[in-house]
Design a protein. Structure first.
Lengths: 458, 310
């Protein structure tokens, strides 16, 4: 009698064919899901889009915008503005993730808080002046002049201005710590030597010399940025028009020397230890924790500190960011607008523009201010802000009218390269491994070589 | 088809039969998934990386061919290249031998007949399975100059704190200490090798009057040399590519004292938008690792005992 059975060879053959078929089917493109997608859960990306073109993907490098966006997309104004468009947003997206998505050909439609001039100058983003020209919301006369001007790079509008764009420089300090150190919180210093005196009074060590509290970390937040450091001594280190670098200026060396003194006073190893706790570069964490009592940050500091750590935020006050002694009467302020920058390979530029437009409404500005503490310089919105909402905010709002010197920030395509080199060189000077003038010369040399190596010199 | 043999006679060589061809095709079909993966995920990226190393490429615009420009720049003009090479060699040349030695000694201890041996073995292996981010957070909690547990204890006695990760002089040794702490997988491999050593050799040595040290030096170590070689090679390869822990703990600081090679490669690629230079760094690293491995293999004949015929 013939017995039907599967031989081992046949079993293996059939298994192999079935596995191959499964593998091939897994490679097939996924079918589009039925129904429309809706807004994101807090901190996450939205549901899958209904149809292509009805979703706009938006990535940003902030961790605290999510609650504001979640509220914005629930408003009637948003729904009326965008219709059935779904916003798929994702926060805490760092530069590497965005770059990889661009390189991989699958970028989001738009982004914020990444290197705007760099991405635009390399062709990853599209100019938006034509879209803005037809907009009834995004208008030059609707926002403060500098916010509009900042959106232009090489004569093109590189993003839709509309989010987290206000004054960038102020020195925030903890009034409680100042009082306990015998300082007058109503008379804060505005020169580097004055700030050094406060730093010395506010830096506390125990009997064994261990750092318990520090005054100012010159490498933290906006204070550590090369734009501020050079400008505080009267130097514009990069000329956007001529592409000239001036990092070897003797006044840059003077800044490096001054900054190094702050580190030396507290102790370089102790400083490094403090910075490691705050995530090796996370802004404001040490101030919020109460171990750093002065910080050079921007207008967002009072709001963010109050929202994140009210126990510290309640003692916050702000004054002019320090200048060199010969510039003691200068009231320097800076702008650095953020945009919704539309990426060239994105699928929904129109949807992206609608998002950028909506950020220019009072509704969006109000929600973002209350949820995150950020301001967009919409003329219609600024007067509605209660300057006393967050301790220290009044300085920033008043500074916009009182400033005598203005700077545009981060206009150099290799800004972040120079910043990382500055951090290293400042540390070396603080550890007496390099002189300040050698440091400035080295910084200039590295910047020029990198600029040329990246093909930006021509 | 006829071919001539050495004796001058011709012999018939037949082509593959239908069944043999079928078998060959089936074999290829079985390995096809792996082959596709290997070509798509290894060979092609390797080739592209080699190409990018000869270009100026910023991930956004198209790569521009510049020949050996990236390599020349790295060796002659890069502000960080030699520093990260020095840091990495320090880490590797100290960390791997120390790690291997400590792992071997621990394996010997775990190979003894002690109570709770299984628990000790599990404890030793735990660092290997803890995610790197958790490991980093734990060590930061322990070692931070201001708020770490160890320094907290010192502060309680009003003693100066130890800047484990914030002093350029101590940061690399601290990283090596953490590396050695995580040698659980090497311990497990050594343990397996130790249990393969024939007991009869130890008994014979005892009869001949050998003490514990003699047995360890003349029996245990020689018979474990193949595994020591294996762990050394794996250790060197891994240590040269170290990234996660230093990145999380120190970000390369203080003063770039813990900036290792792969960290700098990453910065070049994604922060400085120099993917071409980063690709060149990757190929240089490959050459370094191949040279190291070749040196280990070529010297192994002198110190590795294989037991069977050579």
């Amino acid at each position: 009698m013939k017995t039907n059975h599967l031989s081992r060879r046949q079993f293996l053959q059939w298994s192999a064919m079935a596995s191959g078929a499964l593998a091939l089917s897994a490679c097939a493109p996924a079918a589009a899901p039925a129904g429309g997608g809706q807004a994101a859960t807090e901190g996450g990306a939205a549901a899958a889009p209904a149809t292509e073109g009805k979703v706009v993907t938006y990535w940003y490098n902030w961790s605290n915008l999510d609650p504001a966006l979640a509220q914005i997309i629930e408003t009637e104004e948003w729904k009326a503005h965008v219709g059935d468009l779904t916003l798929d947003y994702k926060g805490s997206v760092n530069d590497e993730a965005l770059l990889t998505s661009i390189a991989g050909g699958a970028p989001p439609d738009c982004h914020s808080n990444h290197d705007y001039p760099n991405l635009f100058s390399r062709g990853a983003a599209i100019p938006v002046q034509d879209m803005v020209a037809t907009s009834s919301i995004v208008k030059k006369e609707a926002m403060l002049d500098w916010a509009w001007e900042y959106a232009f790079f090489d004569g093109q509008m590189i993003g839709v201005p509309g989010i987290e764009s206000y004054v960038q420089w102020g020195m925030d300090y903890n009034t409680d710590a100042a009082t306990k150190a015998g300082l007058d919180p109503a008379a804060p210093p505005t020169t580097w030597s004055g700030v050094m005196e406060w730093h010395q009074a506010l830096t506390k060590k125990d009997n064994a010399g261990n750092l318990l509290q520090m005054g100012l970390d010159p490498g933290d937040a906006m204070g550590g940025d090369v734009d501020y450091g050079a400008a505080s001594f009267g130097v514009t280190w990069y000329d956007e028009k001529t592409k000239e670098f001036r990092l070897d200026d003797e006044r840059v060396a003077a800044y490096l020397s001054t900054a190094a003194e702050f580190i030396k006073f507290a102790g370089p190893d102790q400083f490094a230890g403090m910075r490691q706790v705050q995530g090796n570069g996370g802004w404001g964490a040490a101030f919020e924790a109460g171990v750093q009592t002065m910080i050079i940050e921007g207008y967002w500091h009072p709001g963010e500190t109050m929202i994140n750590k009210p126990e510290t935020g309640q003692f916050n006050q702000a004054t002019w960011a320090p200048q060199s002694d010969d510039r003691k009467d200068v009231k320097a302020q800076a702008v650095n607008a953020h945009f919704v920058q539309i990426l060239k390979e994105g699928k929904n530029p129109e949807g992206s523009f609608k998002l950028g437009e909506f950020f220019n409404t009072v509704t969006a500005c109000d929600i973002i201010f209350k949820q995150v503490g950020w301001i967009h310089p919409l003329k219609e919105f600024i007067p509605t802000i209660d300057a006393n909402t967050y301790p220290g905010l009044k300085f920033y709002i008043d500074s916009e009218k009182e400033a005598t010197e203005w700077h545009l920030l981060r206009r150099c395509p290799i800004h972040w390269f120079v910043k990382t080199q500055l951090d290293e060189i400042r540390d070396l000077i603080a550890r007496d491994q390099m002189t300040a003038s050698d440091g400035a010369a080295e910084l200039q040399k590295r910047a020029l070589e990198e600029f040329e190596a990246q093909g930006l010199a021509s | 088809m006829a071919v001539a043999t050495a004796s001058g006679n011709q012999r018939q060589v037949r082509g593959m039969s239908r069944q043999e061809k079928r078998n060959q095709l089936l074999g290829l079909l079985f390995i096809a998934p792996w082959l596709i993966g290997f070509i798509g995920l290894a060979v092609i990226p390797l080739g592209m990386s080699l190409y990018y190393s000869l270009t100026r490429y910023d991930l956004i615009s198209a790569p521009r061919f510049i020949g050996l420009g990236n390599y020349v720049r790295l060796f002659t003009n890069d502000p960080d290249f030699w520093k990260v090479i020095g840091n990495t060699f320090y880490y590797v040349l100290l960390g791997v031998p120390i790690g291997a030695s400590v792992a071997f000694l621990i394996a010997n201890l775990l190979n003894t007949d002690i109570k709770g041996r299984a628990i000790f073995r599990s404890i030793i292996y735990i660092p290997t399975i803890v995610p790197a981010v958790c490991t980093a957070m734990v060590w930061l909690f322990l070692l931070n100059t201001q708020f770490g547990a160890i320094n907290g204890l010192l502060k309680a006695f009003e003693w100066p704190t130890i800047p484990f990760l914030s002093s350029p002089g101590l940061s690399k040794p601290t990283l090596i200490m953490i590396y050695v702490w995580a040698q659980g997988s090497a311990v497990v491999i050594y343990l397996a090798a130790l249990q393969d050593v024939p007991r009869s050799l130890y008994e014979a040595a005892t009869v001949d009057g050998a003490n514990a040290w003699h047995k360890f030096w003349n029996i245990t170590i020689p018979l474990c040399t193949p595994v020591i070689l294996f762990n050394s090679i794996i250790g060197f390869i891994g240590a040269f590519q170290e990234f996660t822990l230093p990145w999380l703990l120190t970000q390369g600081g203080p003063a770039k004292s813990t900036e290792l090679y792969v960290m700098n490669l990453y910065r070049n690629a994604f922060v400085q938008l120099s993917m071409g230079k980063a690709s060149a760094m990757a190929w240089i690293l490959l050459v370094i690792i191949v040279v190291f491995t070749a040196i280990l293999f070529s010297t192994s004949a002198r110190w590795v005992y294989y037991g069977g015929e050579k």
